[in-house]
Design a protein around this ligand. Structure first.
Ligand SMILES: C[S@@+](CC[C@H](N)C(=O)[O-])C[C@H]1O[C@@H](n2cnc3c(N)ncnc32)[C@H](O)[C@@H]1O
Length: 392
């Protein structure tokens, strides 16, 4: 796929990416000529002044760079709402915490269903680091569901005690900063980011940093069967545990729905996946060029669900189920859903979206749902038609 080019950008985007590059250059210089890819990803996605998720430019939807499941149809919201309704009926004290709520579409659709079914949560908390997205969420909810004002609350941080909660994170973990490595037979080096003499961002292979070195044991599966010939490049997310802890620590008890694209470890680090999973999105085009327009292009990596399960266990959380998004949705009444579009054309479009999610499609199988429990036990049948925990 063609990489995004500078000339395609609006004047505002050109200015934004230039400022982002200047910040990168300062950081690289200050750290002796290179930074880890995780630091690069942190700055270009999450920095409040120059990061992608903080730009005023459209990020989501037709005029942005990508479309998430809640943005493309109501079906995922319907199914998560169904799962939440059952949990709220079991315990009416349960709140919902949505982390990384994007433009707020999932919150809006879920609240609509939960209200209609008489199962509204006591509070619907949103933790969203981006001010631009927080404002978009507030506008959407205010415009389409002003009565949600008494239920929805935006949290400035996660230091509050939320009691018993249902935590929802859709396509959030894939945006966490990852470290990159290259393996040549049994030797692993870190792929860092540097600036060339011409001022271009480029890879620099170095001895692994302390954090990567500590994590290398985890990669023994891949190292035990080193790929022949070609060097093997991939990435590892060292922030899963810390992030999960920040979500679970604010709840006395919780059930977490973590939805994302990804694989168990043996597939993630399969010898054939020798270029890893990192990629960028710009105006709905996927590119492997992660340096083309820092601050303007999205960067994402698949989730290693085995690592996520291990992080959960270290935090004393149980993995209640793991399976494809399709099987999560089928177990949560997807087939009871009825089109609610105003026109026949809208209804036909909604049915087509439903087919795409259910008929063994790429979307339904590529996305996984992991359900975690802290201080709560439920069997997997409640959350999936086919539990795949044995593959983790
Ligand atoms: C790809 S978007 C997904 C948005 C939304 N969940 C959806 O499905 O449409 C990633 C979201 O996660 C947020 N985010 C990124 N890092 C985060 C973190 N460490 N904690 C919470 N939210 C985060 C972003 O600001 C953005 O709202």
């Amino acid at each position: 796929m063609p990489r995004p080019t500078f000339s395609e950008l609006t004047a505002e985007q050109q200015q934004y990416t230039e400022t982002c590059r200047e910040r990168l250059a300062q950081d690289i210089q200050a750290q002796g000529g290179s930074i880890g890819f995780d630091q690069y990803m942190q700055l270009v996605l999450h920095d409040h002044a120059v990061g992608y998720y903080h730009t005023q430019q459209p990020v989501f939807g037709k005029h942005g760079d990508f479309v998430t499941a809640p943005e493309s149809s109501v079906h995922l919201a319907y199914c998560i709402a169904h799962a939440c309704a059952g949990l709220i009926r079991d315990d009416a004290q349960r709140n919902i915490l949505e982390v990384g709520a994007g433009r707020g579409q999932l919150a809006l659709d879920m609240l609509r269903y939960l209200h209609a079914w008489g199962c509204a949560p006591r509070r619907y908390y949103i933790f969203e680091p981006s001010e631009m997205l927080r404002n978009a969420q507030k506008e959407l909810l205010e415009e389409h569901m002003p009565e949600s004002r008494s239920v929805v609350e935006w949290l400035p941080d996660l230091h509050m005690d939320l009691g018993s909660a249902i935590v929802i994170a859709n396509e959030v973990l894939d945006a966490l900063p990852a470290k990159c490595f290259i393996a040549n037979s049994r030797q692993i080096s870190e792929r860092c980011v540097t600036l060339t003499d011409q001022g271009e961002l480029d890879w620099l292979v170095q001895a692994p940093s302390y954090e990567l070195d500590v994590a290398l044991d985890y990669l023994t599966v891949m190292l035990d069967s080193p790929p022949a010939g070609e060097p093997y490049c991939s990435e590892i997310n060292l922030q899963l545990g810390k992030t999960l802890a920040s979500w679970s620590d604010c709840c006395e008890q919780c059930i977490m729905f973590l939805i994302d694209y990804g694989y168990p470890q043996s597939e993630y680090y399969h010898p054939q996946r020798n270029m890893g999973t990192l990629r960028s999105y710009f105006r709905h085009r996927v590119s492997e060029d992660l340096f083309a327009c820092p601050g303007i292009q999205d960067i994402t990596a698949d989730v290693d669900f085995s690592a996520l399960a291990q992080a959960a266990k270290r935090l004393q959380m149980g993995v209640l189920s793991f399976g494809s998004q399709r099987n999560f949705m089928l177990a949560n009444r997807l087939l009871d859903w009825r089109p609610a579009g105003k026109t026949q054309a809208e209804q036909v479009a909604q049915i087509a979206q439903l087919k795409q999610l259910t008929l063994g499609s790429a979307v339904g199988e590529r996305f996984q749902v992991m359900v975690l429990g802290k201080g709560i036990e439920y069997g997997p049948d409640r959350f999936t038609l086919r539990d795949m925990r044995a593959r983790l």
